[in-house]
Ligand binder design. Structure first.
Ligand code: AGP
Length: 622
């Protein structure tokens, strides 16, 4: 998704904007641009396609454009192909072909989000004499602000308010007005935006890493709220144009946490941070070997009255739900449905009024997950977010939130947040089982003890990564890979497959092992890699049989199972072992070799592990 930054203060803006955009590269983009204003002079716009370094080179690392007030943007194309003309910032006047140069008087701005009714608004503006140089919805948005600013002559906040009333969609919007030198006006709906004020300077960004260097007290501007930013000052408004107060939130993680720390890629660093992410998340609710959900805001009475759980999420977070359903059903004897957020929000599904809707999201900004949460609340259901980013939209709008303490996750491919979400679900399932009388005191204690041992077992697995690296080199040119498993092993396969696809671009699919022979086995050819997940003892023999069916059709078999199941080597050509643990928690261990496999395949194929093509860290558009 796009990244936005802004600065107004006493320092030169361009270098600060470029550095901020570099901290947002993980969000995914295909072009970038800046608009910087020097005092009363008109703003200077510079744009470029491709990587951010192209913009840095064009501006001599920002030294070539002067001014202490500016906005910047990295664009992930939605309306209009990646091009210099379509890159932001966009202006209310015309734009030179190169997309760079001084701005005509008026409005210049950047935007992260989607304006759904941009065509009707564009038609309106065309009727009022506006012309358009780009194919973007953002240019329409900026020109609409200009239209209302000129029509009503009531100032920027009024013009933006009138614009937002007409607009359908999502936005994190930043604009500068020629008549207001040194000032930036912002507005937000559904797309992330934070504001920092420190040392007489004011900063705007899509996410914390871009301004953590300057301040750790940030304002999470709310939905349908605006702000007027001056050097060292932020004034907030609601849609009526009335001033409102917002309390700052302190960011608790360090700037180093948002750096690579000596690893080649953020993903490898974050893979290694998993034991700590799991331990910190565990310790956040463990008090003297008992689980305490008071911080989460879930009482024993509420737990007893819940009749059904709906887990709603996207991508890897959905895979967490796919594993959690088995764990809740086993330990708490509670029916669970796992729904893709993009499906849940449009289904006309009869929902159990005593259900708990659990929305799992690392970023807390995923558009489909946020919309599903709102849908659940509209229907009067109790909701809970399992979220990694403090103060994010899902965290703030859910009735209660279980924060995963994974720290900032920069790599697009999630690892430590996935593991922290998984342990959060394990914790909830154990507590639900105890409170609902399905677990004895002894079972409860044993399960908590097993959870406590997971971080150390995860660390042990990380010590064997070279073996995975060797195996990845053998299959770096693979075309199709299949993951097969049953129950929790199927859910583990889903995540292993996505890791492989999204960062090595090798096509793979995860299948419930028993389903393969109903069609897909026709795809198995000589040398096709089939990875069998075998952590669930009662399903072990069944899955082995499915693997043998593949082997008899030429497949190369990798087995992933628990130490002690050495008989697997009679079937598998290559085996990876994980330490023994309670089978309900096996996914926390089994996922690590699969993350490493995806990582090493990507490295072997010379790809950008942290910023895979076409992907964004947080999908804040539908
Ligand atoms: C996982 O590696 C992907 N980056 C993606 O599937 C991600 O899990 C999904 O977009 C959900 O994101 P969220 O957890 O921030 O809601």
């Amino acid at each position: 998704m796009c990244g936005i930054v802004g600065f107004t203060g006493h320092q030169q803006a361009a270098p600060i904007l470029l550095e901020g955009l570099s901290k947002l590269e993980y969000r995914g983009y295909d072009s970038a641009g800046l608009a910087v204003r020097d005092g009363e002079n008109l703003a200077e716009v510079v744009k470029s396609t491709g990587k951010l370094r192209n913009l840095a080179e064009k501006t001599n690392d920002g030294l070539a454009i002067h001014g202490t007030c500016g906005i910047g943007h990295t664009r992930w194309a939605t309306h209009g192909e990646p091009s210099q003309t379509n890159a932001h910032p966009h202006v209310s006047g015309n734009c030179t072909r190169s997309g760079s140069g001084p701005v005509e008087s008026g409005v210049v701005g950047v935007h992260n989000g989607i304006i759904e009714n941009y065509q009707e608004l564009k038609d309106k503006l065309l009727r009022h004499g506006y012309t358009f140089y780009s194919q973007t919805d953002t240019e329409v948005l900026i020109k609409l602000v200009d239209y209302y600013y000129k029509k009503y002559q009531a100032g920027p906040i009024d013009a933006i308010n009138k614009t937002l009333v007409r607009v359908r969609g999502s936005y994190a919007l930043e604009v500068m007005f020629t008549d207001y030198p040194g000032e930036i006006f912002v507005a937000r709906k559904d797309s992330p935006m934070i504001i920092g004020v420190a040392g007489g300077e004011t900063y705007v960004a899509s996410d914390v890493p871009a301004i953590l260097k300057y301040t750790r007290n940030v304002y999470y501007i709310g939905n349908l709220q605006l702000a007027r930013l001056r050097p060292g000052q932020a004034i907030f408004y609601d849609l009526n144009g009335d001033e409102i107060e917002i309390e700052p939130t302190e960011i608790t993680f360090s700037a180093e946490a948002a750096e690579k720390g000596g690893y080649e890629y953020f993903m490898m660093k974050e893979i290694h941070e998993q034991p700590k992410a799991v331990l910190d998340t565990l310790n956040s609710v463990l008090k003297e070997d008992r689980i305490d959900l008071s911080e989460v805001g879930l009482t024993d009475e509420e737990i007893q009255n819940i009749s059904q759980i709906y887990i709603v999420a996207c991508g890897s977070a959905w895979h967490v739900g796919m594993a959690a359903q088995y764990i809740f059903e086993d330990l708490a004897e509670l029916p669970v449905r796992v729904e893709l957020a993009s499906e849940f929000r449009y289904r006309r599904m009869p929902l159990d009024s005593n259900a708990l809707v659990v929305v799992i999201s690392q970023s807390g900004e995923t558009a489909d997950s946020l919309a599903a949460l709102r849908e659940a609340k509209t229907k009067g259901l109790k909701t809970m977010g399992i979220v990694n980013v403090v103060g994010s939209s899902i965290a703030r709008e859910a009735d209660r939130v279980f924060y995963t303490l994974a720290g900032p996750e920069i790599a697009v491919a999630t690892t430590k947040a996935y593991s922290a979400q998984l342990i959060a679900c394990d914790i909830l399932a154990v507590q639900f089982g105890k409170v609902r009388g399905k677990l004895t005191e002894e079972q409860y204690g044993e399960l908590i003890a097993k959870l406590r041992l997971l971080p150390e077992k995860m660390s042990r697995l990380l010590e064997e990564k070279e073996r995975i690296q060797w195996f990845a080199a053998k299959f770096a040119s693979a075309k199709d890979v299949f993951f097969v498993g049953r129950g929790i092993d199927y859910a583990i396969g889903l995540e292993g497959s996505l890791k492989m696809k999204e960062i090595s671009y090798i096509h793979s699919e995860a299948y419930a092992a028993g389903e393969l022979k109903h069609g897909t086995i026709s795809l198995i050819e000589d040398g096709t890699l089939v990875i069998g997940l075998l952590t669930q003892q009662d399903l072990y023999e069944k899955t082995i049989s499915n693997m043998v069916e593949c082997k008899s059709r030429g497949a190369y078999l990798m087995g992933l199972t628990t130490y002690g199941n050495y008989g697997v080597e009679d079937t598998a050509d290559f085996t990876v072992y994980i330490p023994k643990t309670d089978e309900h928690f096996a996914a926390s261990l089994a996922v690590i070799p699969l993350q490493l496999l995806g990582y090493y395949l990507s490295v072997a194929r010379g790809l950008d592990v942290d910023k895979p093509r076409n992907l964004a860290k947080s999908v804040t558009v539908e």
